[in-house]
Ligand binder design. Sequence first.
Ligand code: PLP
Length: 402
Amino acid sequence: DISLSPRVNSVKPSKTVAISDLATALVQSGVPVIRLAAGEPDFDTPAAIAEAGINAIREGYTRYTQNAGTLELREAICHKLKEENDLTYTPDQIVVSNGAKQSLIQAVLAVCSPGDEVIVPAPFWVSYPEMARLADATPVILPTRLSDDFLLDPKLLESTITERTRLLILCSPSNPTGSVYPKKLLEEIAHIVAKHPRLLVVSDEIYEHIIYAPATHTSFASLPGMWDRTLTVNGFSKAFAMTGWRLGYIAGPKHFITACGKLQSQFTSGASSISQKAGVAALGLGKGGGEAVSTMVKAFRERRDFLVKSFREIDGVKISEPQGAFYLFIDFSSFYGREVEGFGKIEDSESLCRYLLDKGQVAVVPGSAFGDDSCIRISYAASLTTLQAAVERIKKALVPLT
Ligand code: PLP
């Protein structure tokens, strides 16, 4: 009997992972594909952080840690949240996990009952709706518009909330759009949340340091009345170029955090002891990640500026300039419906991405994966030279479509 559980059957595999894997396989077979599909910084982990990990191994710091994470790291996280986010937590209100992804799924599983609704503004990070499904909850997708910088319309939010609404998942700066929620808009959202006592907010702040001035980051839990109602998720992968270390965390009221820890104690136990030592070093780099992080953010900004300018030169393309993260979410829908000899019809974001991979040898992700088929996502976690080559290839591939 090869049948699988209904739980697994209800979940879609991650399209971003699938495209990254396909692009990697092509590169390995000798096709010179430029990969702009993955959501990970192209930088090495800053040396001081890596050294802390190496020292942990040398010193035999290689055993299980406490399930919720070492006290040393949780204290460092509390300090960070106080200094940078104006949030007061104690170590028993923090659970450290193997990446923010684990923090998120545990939070969704901990608070949702079957039939609950989880509001996810689209374009969304691919995993949010699937996490809701894994919890037997129903994802409720709220569309946003490029002309509104992909920010949630509070009126639409208000009209969508029902008695079954348990969670609203916010992600700012956003993957895939790079949008940053202004404080004023968050305050409007908080005002609505306050009226619905059963509604909790998961605030995914993993890109907080990758933000381009004058945009600034506001932690949702820091807004009046929202501390009790918010589970704040953050991690080390993006800001500190630590994707492979697998380290993230959640902070919130003890009642919920204890529940997240209970799940973790049966799933995986504590995160890697080595990574946790490295995490302490990362938080020791200073406010905003210090110079190591600001150097990376400067490079991301240069790339963003280059790409926005380059794509704005292409007729029929629409862009909202991202204020954070390292993605561009570009509307290419004016190219849909065109026929190309030797390929067929470009029907949607998926066929456009297949076309760009086949003819342009550039791997990008279809917007359909993020709940918006008019766009494609380009990750600019690649050198400026690589991005210049990618733009040339994309422009050339688009010629037969114009
Ligand atoms: N949240 C968002 C919005 C992301 O883009 C990612 C990674 O792609 C994660 C969470 C998970 O990060 P990690 O599990 O590496 O900490």
